[in-house]
Ligand binder design. Structure first.
Ligand code: HEM
Length: 151
């Protein structure tokens, strides 16, 4: 249980913390200092590196979460409502990430390769909106997960 919860929380910190750093720190600084021809490739490169870790975080969260659910908490019937909510919110967040990765993010890479900055800017705006939604869901999940056992 100790190893599982530590890995679980490290994955949470990486994914949710990473989204918040992207939204609140990296993007505003890039908007302030760089014009679209420099900014969009930079942000795309930052996302590429970040997403590698997000794939890992998805696997670790689901793996450790399900392991704790079935090995420690006795399965769905016995687990608290906060664990059900955690899984549900995770599935929502994972669905949004998969859509983001395979649709707008793939299209963004193609648009940048074709030097289509107008399209790349539109796609980056869509990616930002999806990351805002996922970061909000992530913070909600964190609150539910941590406060759940005291309800
Ligand atoms: C974005 C997704 C997730 C976040 C932010 C998250 C967050 C957390 C946090 C903060 C805790 C520590 C709670 C505490 O000890 O007070 C926790 C524990 C736990 N998580 Fe998650 N989790 C996520 C996904 C999942 C998934 C997919 C499962 C699978 C069922 C899961 C199952 C569990 C279980 C069983 C615990 C132990 C609960 C307890 O000690 O009361 N989590 N999670």
């Amino acid at each position: 249980m100790l190893v599982a919860i530590v890995l679980h929380l490290l994955a949470v910190v990486y994914w949710i913390g990473g989204m918040l750093v992207m939204l609140l720190v990296v993007r505003p600084a890039a908007v302030q200092l760089l014009e679209p021809p420099q900014r969009l490739p930079l942000l795309c490169a930052v996302l590429s590196r970040f997403f590698v870790g997000v794939w890992g975080a998805l696997v670790v969260l689901l793996g450790t979460g399900l392991w704790m659910l079935f090995r420690v908490f006795g399965g769905f019937a016995l687990a608290g409502i906060h664990i059900h909510a955690m899984l549900l919110l995770f599935l929502l967040m994972a669905g949004i990430f998969l859509y983001l990765f395979f649709r707008p993010y793939s299209a963004l890479k193609r648009a940048l390769k074709d030097k289509n900055l107008l399209l790349a800017g539109t796609l980056m705006g869509l990616i930002r909106t999806l990351v805002v939604i996922n970061a909000s869901l992530g913070v909600a999940t964190l609150i539910v997960a941590s406060a759940g056992r005291y309800l």
